[in-house]
Design a protein around this ligand. Structure first.
Ligand SMILES: Nc1ncnc2c1ncn2[C@@H]1O[C@H](COP(=O)(O)OP(=O)(O)OP(=O)(O)O)[C@@H](O)[C@H]1O
Ligand SMILES: [Mg+2]
Length: 262
């Protein structure tokens, strides 16, 4: 379980997050929605400890994962604890091959466990296996996103932090990414998914939060949020004259959802 309590982060004079409180229960997919500049990436950076690379500073609050304070750790120690981020814009190593990118993600992981992680990645992404010797820069946008997720899986994450995996991808590929997130979650990894694509995010998530200029303005089960006026209008693009509920129909089974909505 990840618990973020009263987290405030600033970049110099810019307050990016203001007392944000959020939870990611074990085995859950939690979505964070919000428009440009809402603080979504800042939230993931603070959790992964990479905010310092962007000159960000935690002012107040704490971040705890399975009882351990993450906000006291450096990024490498956070990865070693099983909390792994896929950054916005993928950041794959373009000059390296697919295989070399994966190996970089598994650095610090014992050889035997690297093998099992690679098997898992190739099972999830057969396309990466076919292209394992190819230079990463030559992959399509969707394949690069798959590689970015695959590279993160090499570190055996317990919690995966995904920053806008759907960015710039065709609708069909966004759907595939959604399916992959569900499969990774079924295999026992919890996911904190930052997205502007609310329709995909609310379909795969159990719980969701809306960030509005650095503050949490809404939270609840993904189903509840998808039905609110605010999310319908601002994030699902439905006008007032359209029937409520015309947006994302959560694809999770009712049994699964009810586990989280109580
Ligand atoms: N390195 C930085 N230095 C100064 N200000 C920053 C920095 N990074 C982000 N900010 C500011 O902090 C606020 C939150 O930015 P953040 O990148 O977290 O938003 P976001 O929700 O991820 O936006 P987007 O959807 O565009 O990726 C914005 O006002 C942004 O301008
Ligand atoms: Mg961002």
């Amino acid at each position: 379980m990840l618990t973020v309590t009263d987290l405030s982060v600033r970049y110099g004079a810019i307050q990016a997050l203001d007392r944000v409180t959020l939870e990611v229960p074990d085995e859950a997919v939690v979505a964070v929605l919000g428009s440009n500049g809402a603080g979504k990436s800042t939230l993931l950076r603070a959790i992964s400890g990479t905010h310092k690379l962007h000159k960000g500073r935690i002012d107040t609050g704490s971040i705890t994962h399975d009882g351990q304070r993450l906000d006291k750790l450096n990024p490498a120690a956070t990865v070693a604890r099983g909390v792994v981020q896929v950054p916005e814009g993928r950041r794959i190593f373009g000059r390296l091959t697919v295989d070399e990118n994966l190996r970089a993600g598994g650095m610090g992981v014992k050889n035997r466990r690297q093998g099992s992680a690679r098997d898992r990645v190739f099972e999830l992404f057969p396309r990466l296996q076919e292209r394992r010797g190819q230079t990463a820069a030559l992959l399509s946008g969707g394949e690069q996103q798959m590689l970015a997720i695959g590279r993160a899986l090499m570190a055996h994450p317990k919690l995966l932090l995904l920053d806008e995996p759907s960015l710039g991808l065709a609708p069909q590929v966004v759907e595939q990414i959604g399916e992959i997130i569900l499969e990774i979650n079924r295999q026992g990894t919890s996911v904190l998914l930052v997205e502007q694509n609310a329709s995909m995010a609310l379909r795969v998530a159990n719980l969701a939060y809306v960030l509005d200029v650095g503050e949490v303005s809404l939270h609840g089960s993904a189903e509840e949020l998808a039905a609110t006026d605010q999310v319908q209008r601002l994030y699902l693009g439905h006008g007032a004259d359209e029937p409520a509920g015309a947006g994302a129909a959560p694809r999770r089974s009712v049994a699964r959802l009810s586990r989280w909505s109580g």
